[in-house]
Design a binder for this molecule. Sequence first.
Ligand SMILES: [Zn+2]
Length: 368
Amino acid sequence: MRRKTSIARLFLYPVFFFVVSALCAGCATLSSPGTIPAYSIKGTVYYPLISLCESRGVELKYDTLINTVYLNKDSKRITLRAGDEIILVNDSAMHLDAPVDFHYGTVVVPRQFKEQVFDILFPLSVSAQRKTVKEKIKLKKIIIDPGHGGKDPGAIGKRGLREKDVNLDIAMRLNDLLRAEGVRTVLTRSSDRFIPLPTRVSITNKSDADLFVSLHANANRSRSLNGFEVYYVSPSVSDLKRAHDAARNVPLHLKNSVFARRSQDLESIVWDMIYASNRAESIDLAYSLCRGIGSAVDVSILGVKGARYQVLRGANIPAVLVEVGFVSNPGEERLLRSGAYRQRLAEGILEGLRRYSQDMSLVEVSER
Ligand SMILES: [Zn+2]
């Protein structure tokens, strides 16, 4: 969040801002944000950057070490840093009225950025979006890991919704969707059974799966907290804030569990598997799932998060953990109880896997 700019560069910002403003004056009214959520922070309207990028097919890369986001599409580039009003548009500096910010762990941008920079640089193309959605999934085999089960209920909502049931139902729906696409799947459990930790690990290690998706639901002391988030494991020691956030969330998440001790072991095994996997691919996978789920449901996007956990052993495949929502939030507990909503979550995850699979096929071609 530090701000360090030379006087000479600062002098250039108003000039560039003027150019962009003049450009805007000649533009027609831009399309409405549609289902993109908006937040009011200190009187300024903000949008989650990931949702904007998703709506326009803009590639987003986030460097957690320096809190910097790189946007890229058709050789047009924007660089932003959380906490800064200064952004780079195709390497030219621009000064925003309000800083780029963090909201519930995801990078958010002020309305001015959306309307005066993003919408102009990356106009909406409906046909391009449709094309993306129709693409066939190219992954061959996926492990779906519904968290908890049997004597371990996971988190429990105020009205009695059990995390293990939510996880399993979404997993079964996702399983059906993937099989309909011709993708082979392995479920670590397909019924309300307690699966010992070594079994989950060996299921993963014995399979020749392309990736691992663990499904969980969240709980927090703050009943107002809601939304979904996707975790990958970050080995970065500099990323202390995120690590701290995640470490704080997980014990709270387990607090409501009857078998808290056992759950904690379970969580750490899941995290071990994630940690041991290819980090870069896991980050790509996490972003793809976040975008996919964000396009399917209209709730808060808490974003993609990294967390540090001890490495023991695990699967050598990209792996993420999806927290589909908070059973501790009354509104979200109601949503998560609904089959229709669980179906939308499963479809969102499928969409995310599809996007990831497209990116991966490009990588494979360039490697061989
Ligand atoms: Zn859980």
